[in-house]
Design a protein. Sequence first.
Length: 236
Amino acid sequence: MASQKISQFTAITTLASGDYFPVIQASGTTNKRVEVGVLDVRYTSSASGSAAQSTANTALASGNAALVVAGAALVSGTAAQASGNAALSSAATAQASGNAALTSLSTKYDKTGGPISGPVIVQSQSIGSSTYVIASGLITLNFGAGNNFEVVLTSGTQTLASPVNASGGQTGTITVRQDSAGSRLLTYSGSWAFQSNTAPTLTTTASGVDVLAYYVVNPSRINTVATLNYGSGTVA
C-alpha cells in the first residue's frame, strides 16, 4: 500500500474486524498502521472495566439502599427510645401512685380490729355468729371471742359467772337452752345485773329456750334483759 498522509486516510466511524487503527509510527519515510486486532485486549479490558463500573454502580445503589435502611432503622430506634422513655415515665407514675397508696395505708382500717372514729353504715347485713357452749357447773363466757352465745344446760344447777374480756359498749345475746332432760336451773354471779335486781326464772321444760340480751356498761356491770319460753329446740 502506497504511503499516505494521515489527512488522506478515509474516516472510519465504526470499527470492524480487519480494520486498521490510524496510528503512525515515525520511521523514516515509512508509515506503519496499527491493526485493530492488536487492540482487542484493550477493547476487552474496556468492556471488563465497563462491567466493573456497572458492578460498582450496582454496589453504589446497594450502598444507597443500605443507607436508606440504616436511616429507617435510626428513625425506628429513635421511636423505640421515645416509647421506652414514655414507658419509664409511666412506670414512674405507677410507682408514685403505689407510693401514695402505701402512704395512705395508715388511714385504712385494720381488719384484725381497732377503733373506728366515724359512723359505720352497713348496706347489706352485719352478721355475728354464735359461740356454742355445752356447759355444766360454772359457765364463764369469753366475750373477746364474740357477742352471741348459745349455752346448753346439762346439770341440775349451773352458775353464769362474769365473762372474761368484756368491753364497755359491747352488746349481744345469750341463748339458754335446756337439754333433753330439762329441769336445769341457772344462777348468776359477779357482774350480771337485772331489772329491779331480780334474776329471771328460766324455762325448765325439756329443750326449752330462753334468751338473755345484754349491754356491757363496763366489765363489772352488765345490764341484762331476759325474754322467756321460745318453745323447744335450738335457735343457733
